[in-house]
Unconditional design. Sequence first.
Length: 185
Amino acid sequence: MTIAAIVLAAGAGSRFEGDGHKLLALVQGVPMITRSVQAAIDAGFNQVYVVEGAVDLGAALPEGVTRVPSPRWAEGQAFTLQAGVSAASADGHEAIVVGLGDQPFVPPSAWRSVGASRGEIATAVFDGKRRPPTKFEQSVWSLLPVTGDEGARALIESRPDLVSEIPCSGDPTDIDTTEDLARWN
């Protein structure tokens, strides 16, 4: 089975009031998006996609990733997710593992464990709480939302019978504000 990682990084980051876009902010000296994407790369997937929209992340992206534009990013997370799913489908992948660009402390081991799991949907569980990354086999891609501001969570909540929980170590904290960023720097 070929498995691709998809890092969602298309949003405006509107709660972040710092200089520039939050994904380009330095987290312990490294751009947030670089840290997040490098973890997916280090997990060893067949391909890693980064879905962009509000800002060009090019210079901050590690080599070897496939950049996917999401021109409808402002219409909601579903459009961003679908851009990644379409790219993975076009390239013939049979499963995807979806994570977020603003989670710079999710380690490669979490990405790898979720990707290696069995089942149609598998989600990481950190300290008893479900958080990305989450794996979706091709058989459930058509069930993912296609419009609106809700991503994969809607499918996970509506079809608990399809979901496996994968205990993971690491920190799934997402950085949304300058206060969040200050806690890590």
